[in-house]
Write a protein that binds this ligand. Structure first.
Ligand code: CIR
Length: 252
């Protein structure tokens, strides 16, 4: 059960963050509204939410998920793989240290939290343009000391592992087609997304409620077999910056 979440508000310069998306010009007032609704949704689900102020030097800093990997026992402060984002993690460390014991990824290792998936008590670490094998090795070594099993897998397309795979409870993954036949994921039940709806892979499972991005009817139908409440949120402006629902919070 998650009891806490940490978020950071997007700042007025958020559109200067990194992006490869070609979805148009993002609106500050609209992302502020979408971020508020997201915050309220987590509060309604019973989480105690800490909302940090924007970090003006880091336009991507509201994607807090990338700065840490939080387990019940420990918060591992990452070293984000994008040079422009290195430094966000040092802002997060003191905040998380109020809640958890802290460990840190060290250069030349890099890890973005968006590449780290916890599924059924074990960890999958995506190797991507952001997370390198040395970062994965360091993270895995820390997780092992707390009794967790871990594996790496290649992210391939998409920014982060969790752009393409997420855990939705009850031994089930929601994922895009390229990941469906991986031996490593054999033991899981899978919801495989339609090619037109791959963005819905970034669905957030919180205390047996599913929060999914708005506007993916096939994915919604597929998820309905889980018999969990589903909340759809509009994150159009977040998507324009290559982000999604999971990126906007650290949950623990
Ligand atoms: C970046 O490129 O780093 C940001 N614009 C988006 C980060 C999204 N984070 C995530 O998927 N965990």
């Amino acid at each position: 059960l998650f009891t806490h979440a940490i978020l950071r508000k997007p700042g007025a310069n958020f559109s200067q963050g990194l992006t490869t998306a070609t979805l148009g010009k993002p609106s500050f007032s609209l992302i502020q509204k979408q971020h508020r609704v997201y915050t309220q949704t987590l509060e309604h689900l019973g989480l105690e939410v800490t909302v940090l102020d924007p970090a003006p030097d880091y336009p991507d800093a509201y994607f807090v998920e990338d700065t840490a990997v939080v387990t019940p026992e420990v918060a591992v402060i990452t070293l984000p793989g994008a040079r422009a984002r290195q430094g966000e993690q040092t802002r997060m460390a003191p905040v998380l240290s109020r809640f958890k014991k802290i460990e840190k990824i060290q250069a030349p290792g890099t890890v973005d939290g968006g590449d780290v998936l916890m599924a059924g008590g074990r960890f999958f670490i995506g190797i991507s343009d952001r997370t390198n094998t040395e970062g994965a090795r360091q993270l895995g070594a820390i997780l092992e000391t707390y009794g967790y099993a871990w594996d790496t897998l290649a992210v391939g397309e998409g920014l982060h592992l969790k752009s393409s795979i997420n855990y939705v409870g009850n031994n089930r993954l929601i994922l895009t087609a390229p990941f469906q036949n991986l031996d490593l994921l054999d033991g899981f039940d899978k919801i495989v997304l339609d090619e037109a709806e791959t963005y819905a892979a970034n669905t957030l499972w919180i205390n047996d409620t599913l929060i999914m991005p708005q506007g993916f009817p096939l994915a919604r139908e597929q998820l309905s077999v889980l018999n969990l409440p589903i909340i759809e949120l509009d994150v159009s402006e977040v998507a324009k910056m290559d982000g999604g629902l999971t990126c906007l919070s650290l949950r623990f």
